[in-house]
Design a protein around this ligand. Structure first.
Ligand SMILES: NC(=O)c1ccc[n+]([C@@H]2O[C@H](COP(=O)([O-])OP(=O)(O)OC[C@H]3O[C@@H](n4cnc5c(N)ncnc54)[C@H](O)[C@@H]3O)[C@@H](O)[C@H]2O)c1
Length: 340
């Protein structure tokens, strides 16, 4: 009788001890969300506020952040929330931040490509990157704003111009991995939480390259099904844009993916070993000078780039076909900053 009761109690006490002394809860982490009042920004801020990994949450936007911050600050979780609104408060919103997540900018409407957002979002990201370089040069910068294939090179060039190390700038492609995991799990009847499909390349159309051959657990599909699955992952964003019929693009799934990436980053900064996420970063692995691959994250950002791994013939063709588009998007971003 007693032994049956004692076991779970011991487990609870141990669990509590592990929780109390866990390195992931130990450090103070100040996180900023730039574009915090938007479709992604609000649910992303909610997920960050809900996590014990975040001790301070700084919310910046050009509108509505006082309301979003007041609302979130009533949640009884530890993170202290402060809202900043408008360019006059931009610098203060970034001071002391260690992780900055950027979903600021306009989303797609039906019929638009991510590149169609360039004209508006390029200058938004460039301005925010400049403010980050000036106010939190050591922070990890996680860029969600599209077109990611160009906005990451833009932020990096802005950092270079400011004489700041650009190696802590990451393009967030986590939603592609989340989608690939969900779709593979659905097709194979697996637990979606247990599936991991690396997705490499970039974050637009044919530059999104799911590596189904490297999925864990291992899965196989006939060629026609593999092609359909790959194309569904590549076009998944457009699936949401069409379904929302003019009301924007993926926001809730992106908030989930953005929070996952931010949490991985914070865990790695806190010293947790073996934290791996794919992200679009400066790279010398292919002819494209920015390329997403799985990265081991550490206290200083990228600890190790795990590379492309062993590709199937089909995946190798997908990589080959993506390079020209990636190179064009990178050049476009770099030229934009050169002409600023
Ligand atoms: N990386 C990805 O996987 C992914 C997925 C989905 C969407 N996105 C992109 O994320 C971006 C945001 O999407 P959304 O649905 O949240 O859009 P949204 O229009 O709902 O929100 C954008 C927010 O940015 C704010 N903003 C505009 N200019 C700003 C500035 N200069 N400084 C700070 N904030 C500013 C707006 O006020 C708004 O609150 C879009 O570019 C979209 O394409 C990326």
């Amino acid at each position: 009788m007693f032994s049956r009761l004692a076991k779970p109690q011991t487990a609870n006490v141990l669990g509590q001890l592990v929780k109390n002394f866990s390195t992931t809860n130990a450090a103070n982490r100040k996180v900023a969300v730039m574009g915090a009042s938007g479709g992604i920004g609000q649910p992303l801020s909610l997920l960050l506020k809900n996590s014990p990994l975040v001790t301070e949450l700084s919310l910046y936007d050009i509108v509505h952040t006082p309301g979003v911050a007041a609302d979130l600050s009533h949640i009884n979780s530890p993170a202290k929330v402060t809202g900043f609104v408008g360019p006059d408060q931009l610098a203060d919103s970034l001071k002391g931040c260690e992780v900055v997540v950027i979903p600021a900018g306009v989303p797609r409407k039906p019929g638009m490509t991510r590149d169609d957002l360039f004209n508006t979002n390029a200058s938004i990201v460039a301005n925010l990157a400049k403010a980050c370089a000036e106010n939190c040069p050591n922070a990890m910068i996680c860029i969600i704003s599209n077109p990611v294939n160009s906005t990451v090179p833009i932020a990096s060039e802005v950092y270079k111009k400011a004489g700041v190390d650009a190696s802590r700038i990451f393009g967030v492609t986590t939603l592609d991995i989340v989608r690939a995991n969900a779709f593979v799990a659905e097709l194979k009847g697996l637990d979606p939480m247990s599936v991991n499909v690396p997705v490499i390349g970039g974050h637009a159309g044919i530059t999104i390259i799911p590596l189904i051959s490297q999925a864990s657990p291992s899965v196989e599909f006939p060629a026609d099904q593999l092609k359909a699955l790959t194309e569904r992952i590549q076009d998944a964003g457009t699936e949401v844009v069409k379904a929302k019929a003019g009301a924007g693009s993926a926001t809730l799934s992106m908030a989930f993916a953005g929070a996952r990436f931010a949490f991985s980053m914070i865990k790695a900064m806190n010293g947790e070993q073996g934290v791996v996420e794919c992200a679009y970063v400066k790279s010398d692995l292919t002819e494209a000078t920015y390329f997403s691959t799985p990265l081991v994250l550490g206290p200083n950002g990228i600890e190790k780039n795990l590379g492309l791994g062993k590709l199937s013939a089909y995946e190798a063709t997908l990589v080959e076909n993506a390079i020209a588009e990636l190179k064009g998007s990178i050049k476009k971003g770099e030229n934009f900053v050169a002409n600023m």
